[in-house]
Design a protein around this ligand. Structure first.
Ligand code: F6R
Length: 368
């Protein structure tokens, strides 16, 4: 049931405030403790973990890239993230002290399933982050954190991705709590900020018409570039993937810091370049990304800048600014991706594409 929407994908984008709220529901106890009942791995074992490997495919892999930054920062455990299809075939070093985190919306992705089977054969514990109750990947894992996005019908993942991010934040906080590197107040502060995400997502959805207008303006460009840095990098990759999947357009995501190591050579006058700007903060990331906007603008790119609502420094170099509500850096991808989803959905539907069932793609890829 599309409940008045033209496509499931659009409906699912607009369901995200609810999906995120549901994924957070019941995770935080009255006495200020994070509770993940589904984690059936004992605290002793979790304290022994000396390496985390996150695996997934496509959008789930991009959620994993965000998780790497988050989990390393909060727990100080070394964290790798790898495409499930690569992990299995490189003879990875995993043992009983390695924690594997498998992210999969469907829970049926063959590459991810093969990867966790391999990890468990080597004695590693596996936690699945999954949206589908009773599917194969959680059944074959030691523990599971379910995202509560509800069924995702559109082939291109939207609410699946946002809720995967939420589950990754919860896992990072939980590990920090178990290992005693983060305490009540700090955890409470992040949980408060997470609880404030649904209304912030809603504000972005309320601005959909502006993004739709942009999609119509930029409809006949050949190539689209997405730039981001730190956790904005996976968000940029996800924005490009959405456009490829449903609009069948050539889109590339790059780490903004890599620009001058090659990608800047492809920037042509008139090329749409989306730039995700980190919150202005203590470190220099923000200013470096603002310089990147300047660099592509100087080469004639049409710069569409996603920046915090009170960030005035981007205005001089931005053809258009999409304003993001203020949040801490690590949580920003939850917001930055929303306008990119809206943009891809509108552009693809304007091209007459079936965005729910894009050509050549299946909802779950059950063959390697
Ligand atoms: C992106 C997309 C795919 C999936 C990938 C993993 O919109 O749909 O990239 O994210 O195939 O699927 P799951 O999460 O079901 O393992």
């Amino acid at each position: 049931e599309k409940s008045g929407y033209d496509w499931f994908m659009r409906k699912e984008i607009f369901e995200q405030p609810r999906a995120v709220a549901d994924t957070l529901l019941g995770r935080y106890s009255d006495n200020g403790e994070l509770v993940l009942d589904e984690i059936r791995i004992g605290p002793e074992e979790l304290r022994r973990v000396d390496k985390i490997i996150i695996i997934g495919c496509g959008t789930a892999y991009y959620a994993g890239m965000v998780a790497k930054y988050v989990i390393e920062h909060w727990t100080r455990i070394g964290c790798e993230v790898e495409l499930a299809s690569e992990f299995r075939y490189r003879d990875p070093i995993v043992d009983a002290n390695t924690l594997c985190v498998a992210i999969s919306q469907s829970g049926e992705t063959a590459d991810t399933l093969q990867a966790i089977r391999h990890a468990r054969e080597q004695g590693s514990k596996v936690i699945a982050i999954c949206n589908t109750n009773g599917s194969t990947i959680p059944r074959e894992s030691d523990a599971v954190i379910y995202t509560h996005a509800g069924p995702e019908i559109g082939v291109a993942s939207t609410k699946g991705f946002l809720t995967q991010l939420i589950a990754c934040y919860l896992l990072g906080l939980f590990l920090a709590q178990v290992r005693g590197v983060k305490f009540g107040d700090e955890i409470g502060a992040v949980m408060d900020e997470l609880a404030g995400m649904p209304p912030r997502i809603q504000r972005l959805l309320d601005g959909a018409d502006e993004v739709y207008g942009l999609a119509h303006e930029l409809i006949d460009q050949g190539d689209y570039v997405f730039l981001g840095r730190h956790v904005g990098y996976p968000a940029a990759m996800e924005g490009a993937l959405k456009l490829k999947e449903i609009a069948y357009l050539h889109a590339e995501g790059f780490a903004a810091g890599e620009l001058k190591h090659g990608p800047i050579a492809i920037i042509n006058p008139g090329m749409p370049v989306f730039v995700i700007v980190p919150p202005a903060g203590r470190d220099q990331l923000h200013d470096k990304v603002v310089s990147n906007i300047q660099e592509v603008r100087a080469r004639g790119a049409r710069t569409i800048v996603l920046a915090e609502e009170d960030d005035g420094e981007v205005d001089a170099y931005a053809e258009r600014v999409i304003r993001l509500p203020r949040v801490s850096t690590l949580l920003q991808p939850v917001l930055a991706v929303v306008p990119l989803q809206l943009f891809a959905c509108e552009l693809a539907t304007a091209l007459g594409n079936d965005v729910d069932q894009p050509r050549n793609l299946a909802k779950s890829v059950t063959v390697e």
